[in-house]
Design a protein around this ligand. Structure first.
Ligand SMILES: [Zn+2]
Ligand SMILES: [Zn+2]
Length: 402
């Protein structure tokens, strides 16, 4: 394994020592006060790691950073960029993590904002915002030599004008052909035409997709984006459709949305990567990473008891005993033994009874505005890891890593 080698360290009162520190493991430097622990850890190891990291940055970036003094050392090998956490009491709250305490998380947020790739959570790949020029390159790559229509959409839901006014506007812009989305019928327009109900596309151009027609394609696409916004309201950006005569279709958009399923994302910014900002936090646990849930181990503290012996501890109190009676009734109705210890019930039987117990707690949740109910509920709850954000993260991972 690689190790950091510090040779001939003479920083402060260190007496020309040589130290090897393994990378990727936990190393403790200990010794009596004044023996030079800080000189080695902070003033040599950290100082050099920081210094070399800053040197790797551009001259422009360097002018904003304090240049750390070079430590008094013969040579240092294999040193990665370093961070130092000082020995002090940080303000701790339930959202603190190693990342927030070291501020590493702030740098990661910036990194993700600048170089992150948004992926469709439904597995359709990258969510791209395509400029007309980028879109043209993509279309030429995928549909080279195809004969195709360049279209812009008029959505039923978003259209600005209806009927005769819509027809007049289309003609006024100089377009004479539309394609119905439902039937794919091409309709030639004249002043007496009827505008169809439902979504339809307006033909902007018809051309052969090849490098020689690139300029014309870019122009048609940017015109499509422009027209989409003129004829529809409430969209976040223009759309353009490419339809080849063989029937292949492609949608381009200026919006941050998936071209297959339309899943859209807000503009990527660093707030989205902050679990303490409402924009970036997991909606289920608000970024705390766990959620308080009714814990079976607390509700059934002794699983050796049966239902009749009040294995559900909560139902032992005079005020809740009738709940235990209804639990027994439910068990009998489903031919579940009421004298078998809870732990020996079949998983299917437990599941059915547990659902009934949870119903009781859910009913109480509605009375949470009462202080004693809140205290009562808290007694039976434990924090459980929230998997919502993790599941999202999994689907957003590119498929090649799955
Ligand atoms: Zn999608
Ligand atoms: Zn969560």
């Amino acid at each position: 394994m690689k190790e950091i080698v510090l040779s001939g360290v003479k920083q402060n009162n260190l007496k020309n020592i040589t130290v090897k520190i393994p990378l990727g493991s936990f190393t403790v430097i200990c010794g009596p006060s004044g023996s030079g622990k800080s000189s080695l850890a902070f003033e040599t190891l950290y100082a050099e790691g920081q210094r070399r990291y800053i040197e790797s940055l551009s001259t422009y970036a360097r002018q904003f950073l304090n240049k750390a003094p070079k430590p008094d050392v013969e040579f240092i090998k294999n040193i990665p960029p370093a961070i130092a956490i000082e020995q002090k009491n940080h303000v701790k709250n339930s959202r603190s993590t190693v990342g927030t305490t070291t501020e590493v998380v702030d740098y990661l947020r910036l990194l993700f904002e600048k170089v992150g790739t948004p992926l469709c959570p439904n597995g359709h790949g990258e969510i791209k915002k395509e400029s007309a020029s980028l879109g043209a390159s993509d279309v030429l790559k995928d549909f080279l030599s195809a004969r195709a229509y360049i279209l812009f959409p008029v959505y039923e839901k978003y259209r600005v004008l209806e009927g005769k006014k819509l027809l007049a506007q289309i003609l006024k812009e100089g377009f004479i052909r539309i394609i119905k989305a439902s039937s794919q019928d091409i309709i030639e327009l004249n002043t007496k035409s009827k505008i169809p109900a439902g979504d339809f596309f307006v033909v902007i151009d018809r051309l052969v997709l090849e490098d020689a027609s690139r300029g014309r394609l870019v122009e048609a696409l940017s015109n499509a984006y422009l027209m989409t916004l003129k004829f529809n309201q409430g969209l976040g950006g223009g759309h353009a459709f490419i339809k080849t005569v063989e029937g292949k279709e492609r949608r381009l958009t200026e919006e941050n949305s998936c071209s297959v399923c339309d899943y859209s994302l807000p503009e990527i910014n660093s707030r989205l990567f902050s679990f303490s900002s409402p924009y970036g936090a997991c909606p289920t646990c608000s970024g705390f990473g766990n959620i308080l849930k009714i814990d079976e181990a607390k509700v059934v503290p002794n699983p050796k008891l049966s239902i009749e012996e009040y294995c559900v501890d909560t139902f032992r109190m005079p005020s809740t005993r009738r709940k235990n009676r209804s639990l027994i009734e439910l068990a009998r109705k489903n031919k579940i033994s009421t004298t078998t210890p809870w732990e020996n019930l079949k998983p299917k039987e437990k599941k059915l009874l547990w659902a009934e117990v949870l119903d009781f707690f859910e009913m109480l949740e509605e009375k949470k505005y009462k202080m004693h109910v809140r205290i009562f509920l808290a007694r039976y709850k434990s924090p459980f890891t929230c998997y919502v954000a993790m599941e999202l993260a999994c689907v957003q991972r590119p498929s090649k890593f799955l």
